[in-house]
Design a protein around this ligand. Sequence first.
Ligand SMILES: C[S@@+](CC[C@H](N)C(=O)[O-])C[C@H]1O[C@@H](n2cnc3c(N)ncnc32)[C@H](O)[C@@H]1O
Length: 251
Amino acid sequence: MSKAGNYPDLETVYRQCSGPGGLKLAEFLADKLNLQKGQVLLDVGFNRGYQTCFLAKEYPVFVVGIDPWPDRSDGRPHVEHLMANARAWGVERRVLGVQVGLPDTRFAGASFDAIYTSTTMEMIRGAQGEAMYRTCLGELFRLLRPGGRLALGEPMHFDVPVPEDLAPLMPPGNPSWEGCFSTVDRTVESVQSQGFAILEADYAPDARRWWLEFAAYDPGCRANPQEEPRAIAVDGGRWLSFGYVIAQKPV
Ligand SMILES: C[S@@+](CC[C@H](N)C(=O)[O-])C[C@H]1O[C@@H](n2cnc3c(N)ncnc32)[C@H](O)[C@@H]1O
């Protein structure tokens, strides 16, 4: 059984996680980090920290999470959600939440053995543009020890025009899907531009399943079935996907 398979309650997973994939995504990326006992992992943009706790529980690492913002639904700092979840998961001694954000984290350089970030970096691109996206990648490069790995996963689209029937259904979010999402190739270029060597990059094989799961279980999707779930259904996997980049800081 997969590690994420130990947590089959998708209602809870999608109430606590934000974005497609939930714990399956966390496992998919973390398995590519080659995590070793006693290493320190940075989780960038942990939201309620459910993935953070999963990583601390299922891998032999200490996890530091950073997230600068309060929770969108209840206004509490994300750090409070993280530590409440950490206690519930029994990993409070192996998780630390810090209320800072990219690009100005103020940690010393080379502080981390590995970095995990999912469905976060695209928000920075959407809100602040590609130049800031690259600046934030540069900060991740600084924070990683030489030889350490970065696993970045985010919603991405295939390198094709937006299908005509999808365009009018795209969520009118601010920032929009088009503002946030890029392609694997362009994301690889951005990661390389900051000095990383690329180990692996592609569209996730389960991307479509993750989006369908998100449409079925995410509370926002359930409340507004005519918005994101409809767009995901109409798209049918022609444009919308989920990509990842595994990169290494050269020794
Ligand atoms: C969509 S959530 C994903 C969280 C988590 N990986 C998950 O799947 O549940 C993205 C998180 O990134 C955080 N975030 C936004 N800007 C950030 C920044 N500049 N640095 C670090 N985190 C940031 C947001 O506050 C939000 O909690």
